[in-house]
Ligand binder design. Structure first.
Ligand SMILES: Cc1cc2nc3c(=O)[nH]c(=O)nc-3n(C[C@H](O)[C@H](O)[C@H](O)COP(=O)(O)OP(=O)(O)OC[C@H]3O[C@@H](n4cnc5c(N)ncnc54)[C@H](O)[C@@H]3O)c2cc1C
Length: 560
């Protein structure tokens, strides 16, 4: 064992850093481990903002926030978790402000709040359109101030279990090469999402679902894995995100006939309906021939140059650089793209998983506050509120238990596995398998889902997993060997894809992001007010169910 800590946080985005800060302040010896530099985590790409019922732009309260979130989740969110998120959000946002987060302001100097999709009130606090960038820097300052050590550019590959407890992590040291073992009384997974399962995703290259897959391999169930959110405005053709803040500021969505087509789908909320509703509307327009080269158009022109330059500066730059379009003068071509995983490692309200000593928070976890559809602005809030809670709980456990043991056999087994991977010369490099996975997931497990396509995708993934068995890592060196980490990431992604399909086939209804217009067009509360749980057994996914935790909101029809 190279080193040992009370709490080891794997992942240094908003969730990981917030967890580490809390664990440190609770008195634990804590360290962060991240495959990329903390401030380059995908959290830094968040644009539009973070939701808290501060009531600065209207009469708002946590209760309204909770109801919007429950309804937005299509009644699959766990209501006790949602209540915690919404109650704790205002305090958690003010704490970020006091740490130095430069939120945009109202005229009288309070934190400004913009309207976001499916929110009854303007509730999204923001720092122009670089909110995530601001938050990761503020959190990183707090991490540095506390001198919390960070294993930067270490790639976590395996969790260590001994005596029924998670007791550490085995990682590949990207900078120097070699496997390193870190013992820990508790481990918090904060490894983010898995958008790289799809082509045309808003997610960074690092979003490969590593933590979910690591937990899965330890027998921990993944919850609601069929629920992948498609964001309605991703820039064509790259998939770069165009923030919902544009529609919050008043942008229109137009079809090829220049019509605001949402009048036919969400006549009241229009462009501010929830993401699943708008993605389906766009896809329908495109499929029925009213698209523009496979896209629809996001029109900001009527907002005027001044507002665009002040509030949506980054969006304008992204559009100009990646699509050659200046939104002051022309509409932006957009389409739905894979954006956010509502599913993830099942946890309780304190981030605890079913494996003693293992916690999860942020996008890799499923507590579940987003259910079948996440509201824009709620993901950043979840990373903070539940990151903090996981940090507190993991520290408390660590401080009341003493021993850490990493069995030699686990380390030698991992070394043997790595030797085998690097020793293989005959086979296929990972990229072709990765591209085929991402392209077929997009076609067969996208905005709309059909039984036959999901089955076909299951077979495709099985074949890709067989090919993966013979994958070759060409770079055998130790310094910055991204070849080896990319191969490991692909292994993680393929297992997650298998879990998603298993869960998707089992959910014979349409709810939130899981839309089956051809065979099960309606939500079926009688049979499916429950979460899918997928375990990993002998190399295959095994399905189970768990009821939704409801408190005071009974399911209603969901219209916008
Ligand atoms: C473009 C974009 C814009 C968004 N905008 C918003 C928004 O405006 N509002 C909102 O609420 N949400 C938004 N979201 C969603 C939200 O930003 C994310 O869900 C959230 O930031 C995820 O934070 P996280 O801490 O869980 O993970 P991440 O920030 O993704 O961090 C993951 C961390 O895990 C580490 N890691 C992963 N695997 C390993 C491994 N094997 N070994 C070691 N380290 C590992 C990475 O290095 C990284 O540090 C947006 C998402 C995207 C993609």
């Amino acid at each position: 064992m190279e080193t040992e800590h009370d709490v080891l946080v794997v992942g240094a985005g908003c969730a990981g850093m917030r967890a580490a800060i809390e664990a440190h302040d609770a008195g634990a010896d804590v360290a962060l481990l991240s495959k990329i530099h903390p401030v380059r985590s995908h959290s830094g790409a968040a644009e539009g903002g973070i939701n808290a019922a501060l009531g600065n732009a209207s009469e708002d309260d946590p209760e309204k926030h909770a109801f919007d979130t429950v309804k937005g989740s299509d009644y699959l969110g766990d209501q006790d978790a949602i209540q915690i998120l919404c109650d704790e959000a205002p305090g958690d946002v003010y704490e970020l402000e006091h740490w130095g987060a430069v939120f945009s302001r109202t005229e009288d100097g309070r934190i400004a709040q913009r309207p976001f999709g499916a929110a009854g009130e303007p509730r999204t606090a923001y720092a122009a359109d670089i909110t995530g960038h601001v938050l990761v820097h503020v959190l990183y300052e707090q991490v540095m101030k506390r001198e919390i050590p960070a294993y930067e550019e270490w790639f976590a590959w395996k969790l260590v279990e001994d005596d029924g407890r998670c007791q550490g992590v085995i990682a590949w040291d990207i900078v120097n090469g070699g496997l390193k073992t870190i013992g820990a009384k508790t481990v918090i997974l904060a490894t983010g999402g898995a958008g790289r399962l799809y082509t045309g995703t808003t997610n960074a290259y690092s979003c490969t679902g590593d933590g979910m897959a690591m937990a899965l391999r330890m027998g921990v169930p993944l919850k609601d894995m069929e629920m992948m959110q498609f964001h309605p405005t991703t820039l064509s053709p790259t998939g770069v995100l165009i923030t919902e803040g544009c529609r919050g500021e008043g942008a229109y969505l137009l079809n090829s006939e220049g019509e605001r087509f949402l009048k036919d789908y969400a006549p009241n909320a229009m462009e501010l309906a929830s993401r699943d509703v708008i993605s389906r509307a766009e896809q329908t327009e495109i499929d029925e021939g009213r698209g523009v080269d496979g896209n629809v158009l996001l029109d900001l022109r009527h907002l005027g140059a001044e507002k665009i330059l002040e509030r949506l500066h980054g969006t304008r730059e992204l559009s100009m650089v990646f699509a050659g379009v200046d939104p002051i003068h022309d509409p932006i071509p957009v389409r739905p793209g894979a954006h956010y995983h509502m599913g993830g490692v099942e946890t309780d309200l304190w981030g605890k998983t079913t494996l003693e000593g293992l916690y999860a928070a942020g996008e890799c976890a499923c507590v579940s506050v987003h259910g079948a559809n996440r509201l824009g602005g709620n993901a950043l809030m979840e990373t903070i509120t539940f990151g903090k809670r996981a940090g507190a709980a993991a520290a408390e456990w660590a401080l009341t238990h003493t021993t850490v043991a990493v069995p030699e056999s686990v380390v030698s087994e991992t070394e043997r596995e790595l030797e085998e991977l690097l020793g293989r010369d005959d086979g296929e490099r990972p990229h072709a398998i990765r591209d085929e996975m991402a392209e077929t997931m997009h076609v067969n497990f996208g905005v709309f889902r059909r039984e036959d396509q999901m089955r076909e995708q299951g077979e495709i993934i099985e074949r890709l997993r067989e090919r993966y068995e013979r994958v070759v890592v060409e770079d055998k060196g130790s310094l910055f060997n991204n070849d080896v980490t990319q191969a490991l990431e692909l292994g993680f992604l393929l297992e997650l894809a298998a879990c998603m399909i298993e869960a998707g086939l089992a959910r014979k209804e349409s709810r939130g992001a899981h839309a089956r217009p051809h065979d099960f067009p309606d939500r079926d509360d009688g049979n499916y007010m429950r979460h899918t749980l997928v375990h990993w057994q002998d190399g295959t996914p095994v399905l189970d169910w768990e009821p939704v935790r409801t408190t005071k909101w009974q399911p209603q029809e969901r219209t916008y």
